[in-house]
Structure formats: C-alpha cells, structure tokens
Design a protein around this ligand. Structure first.
Ligand SMILES: [Zn+2]
Length: 267
C-alpha cells in the first residue's frame, strides 16, 4: 500500500514526485514576496531527459544557475516568503505566457530539445496543468491572502542570466528588469549603482514585456503591486560563497528600500 494518495488525474507527475511549488517562510509578513520561476532543474520521470545529455541539462537553458542558493538565503535573511518552482524551464517555462512558442521551447540558445519537438497540444496542456498552473495559482492565492490581511506586498522576481548569449558577451553583474512599475526599479537601480563596484543593467540583459514574461505582468502589474525583476549573472553565483555574498548584499539593499518605502507611505 502506498502511504501517499496517488495523483488520480495525473498524466505527468508520478505520486512520488515533488510538487512544482517550493516555498519558504510561508505566512511571513515581510513586504517582500520573492519568486523564482527558474529555480529548479527537475524533469518528470515520464519525460526522461527530454532527449538531452547531462551536459546540456546542467546549462542555463535548463534552469537559472545559482539562483536557488541566493533565493533561499535572501528569503531567510529578510524573513520573506519565497515561492519557487522545482521543474526545469525546458519542461515548461513558468515565466512565459503558455500560448507562446517559447513556453515549451523546441530549442534554446542553439540547442535543440528533442523531447519538445512537435509536442502534441494535449501533452503541452498536461505540462501546463500539472506544473505551470499550480505554481501560478499558488502565487495568486498567496497575494489574495496578503491583500485580504492588508499585508503590503512588494514582488521581487529572482533570476540569473548567462554571461554569453547567442555569442554576445554581457558585461553587467546584475540588472533590474521591469516594465510598468515606477516605484521599485529606480530605488533598486540607485542602490545598486551606489555600491560602486557593480556594472548595473537598467532593463538589461533584457526588458520585461507581456510577450516574454509572465510573473511580473500577471502577479505584479495586474495586481497593482510594487515590483521588479532582479537578474544576477550566473558566474557570480556559481558556488555557495558567491550565493551567500549576493544574498547578503541584496538583503542589505532591500532592507534599506523597505525603510524608504515605509517613509514614503507606499507600503
Ligand atoms: Zn530566469
């Protein structure tokens, strides 16, 4: 007898596979709500390795290298709620609208993904139903609860980026990624620039848009939350020491920003 109930309707995740949602400090009243769409690199057993060798599955195309360590430590330091996603972005990208081609990418940064080539519509819907939807539904529910309980919410979406993409070198150490919010991104930019030792990207290495992003448009902008994305170059957070250093730095900066926001009475 299994001690855990099987997912009766599951066509993708076996009953012994982890839920897509990882969280830490649930119920926190810190204003910061941290998300990490590309936190994990798991692939459901039923999808094998998507036809890729381990060397490809260890690259940035599969997950945001280093961000899990930064996100967990930052969440601990701030006492902030972190909601993250366990499965690889190659299975389904939780930061893409599910109707765009890059949601289940047939190729990524020059690598063809055999397990995604010509995927049937129903198979794509199954990935959405079992991975993408539960993750985003959970973020929605958490924001609903915070609004109900009048807990102020500042959404910070955490990512890492590859130092070279499509042959182009990216010089930034860190970037703020935003679209419609005019509160948090300028505070973050000026705090990061004031550090003095950083090359800071202002909407670099890319800008947030409704076509290429999902978490900020849906949970930040449509809910009217103060929000920004933060992208850290992955080679800086490739080991524990780097993850610790960047989490410590960001915790200090975000605490200062929290004070500023409170003084401005926007949280
Ligand atoms: Zn990412």
């Amino acid at each position: 007898m299994h001690s855990r109930p099987a997912r009766a309707t599951s066509l993708l995740l076996d009953s012994d596979e982890v839920s897509p949602v990882f969280e830490q400090n649930a119920g926190s009243r810190s204003p910061f709500l941290l998300t990490s769409d590309h936190f994990g690199r798991l692939i459901p057993n039923r999808l094998g390795n998507l036809g890729l060798p381990a060397s490809e599955l260890g690259r940035h195309i599969a997950f945001d290298i280093g961000i899990a360590g930064v996100a967990k430590r930052l969440s601990s330091l701030l006492g902030a709620h972190l909601i993250a996603q366990h499965y690889s972005r190659l299975v389904i990208d939780c930061n893409r609208p599910p109707d765009v081609a890059s949601s289940i990418p047939p190729s990524s940064d020059g690598t063809a993904i055999p397990g995604n080539a010509g995927i049937a519509h129903e198979a794509g819907e199954t990935r959405r139903r079992e991975i993408f939807d539960p993750y985003h539904r959970h973020i929605t529910a958490v924001i609903d609860r915070r609004l109900r309980e009048a807990v102020p919410t500042v959404l910070v979406a955490l990512h890492s980026f590859t130092p070279v993409y499509d042959g182009v070198v990216r010089p930034w150490h860190i970037g703020t990624l935003y679209h419609r919010d005019t509160t948090l991104p300028p505070l973050l930019l000026s705090a990061l620039r004031a550090e003095g030792d950083l090359v800071v990207g202002d909407n670099e290495p890319y800008a947030v848009s409704d076509q290429t992003d999902y978490t900020i448009p849906l949970h930040g902008e449509m809910r009217g939350l103060i929000n920004s994305g933060i992208e850290i170059r992955q080679d800086l957070i490739g080991d524990q020491a780097g993850q610790r250093q960047w989490a410590d730095r960001l915790a200090r900066i975000l605490r200062e920003i929290e004070e500023t926001l409170r003084k401005q009475a926007v949280i």
